[in-house]
Design a protein around this ligand. Structure first.
Ligand code: MLT
Length: 239
């Protein structure tokens, strides 16, 4: 199996992702939020890049049990029902709802890969479930990290390394690109101390400054969910 890794959503064109099996990562926090909402019974998630468009869509779908979630600058937006804290998406709040989600980098990553052959959403919280699914496909995989505003984000690289490490034990021989090799090594050296490895990351620091330490603890809990989100026809559902 061949695995390529992109460090940020802007590092690859939509066309280059067409027809590939893609895993979109946004460890802090959009991917973790998506996995959590689906794990807690959310019916479907519609990712929308633009805030106004997300608000419009939600007002049209309110009668269909729709709610609006997301952030800019990691903060909940006026008029939104939820921010982007995965801990807000508890079962009582989200079961059977359609979540319309707009985030700074995560939904842009998904938009870039909508023409992929298959598009999965992965985070540390669903790492093993996602990797089990990928191993069954017998296909090459592109790991698309969201990054932050076009820049490398070490929390996403850590997650990419976690997926690669887990895939190796299932698939055996892996063909990696340079970033894939670095990601696997970064994960292997730091898997016992996630906070220690990532606490100097820019987005980690931003979330700490907003008092969101509990989000960080949760986003770094490996394998607490076994849902595998997949994008199909404009929405994300549990596989
Ligand atoms: C994003 O999509 O940029 C993020 O998930 C930011 C965040 O809310 O932490």
């Amino acid at each position: 199996m061949k695995i390529e890794v992109y460090a940020a959503n802007t590092h690859v064109t939509k066309k280059e992702l067409d027809g590939k099996v893609v895993v979109a990562i946004d460890t802090l926090r959009a991917a973790t939020t998506i996995v959590t909402a689906l794990n807690n019974g959310c019916a479907q998630i519609i990712p929308v890049e633009d805030v106004e468009a997300a608000m419009d869509l939600c007002s049209k779908m309110r009668h269909n049990n729709a709610v609006l979630g997301g952030e800019r600058n990691a903060q909940k937006l006026p008029g939104f029902d939820f921010g982007n804290s995965p801990l807000q998406y508890v079962e009582e709040a989200i079961r059977d709802k359609t979540l319309i989600l707009s985030t700074t980098n995560g939904t842009a990553t998904i938009a870039r890969a909508v023409d992929a052959k298959a598009l999965y959403i992965g985070a540390l919280i669903n790492a093993t479930a996602l990797v089990d699914e990928l191993a069954k496909l017998h296909e090459d995989v592109t790991i698309l990290c969201s990054g932050t505003h076009g820049k490398f984000s070490s929390d996403d690289i850590f997650t990419a390394g976690c997926f690669i490490h887990k895939l190796r034990s299932r698939v055996g021989k892996l063909e990696l690109d340079d970033l894939g090799r670095m990601a696997e090594d970064f994960y292997a050296r730091n898997s016992a101390n996630v906070h220690g490895a990532l606490s100097s990351a820019t987005h980690y620091q931003r979330l700490v400054s907003l008092g969101l330490q509990a989000d960080l603890d949760y986003c770094f809990s490996i394998d607490v969910c076994d849902v595998v989100p997949i994008y199909q026809d404009g929405r994300i559902v549990a596989r």
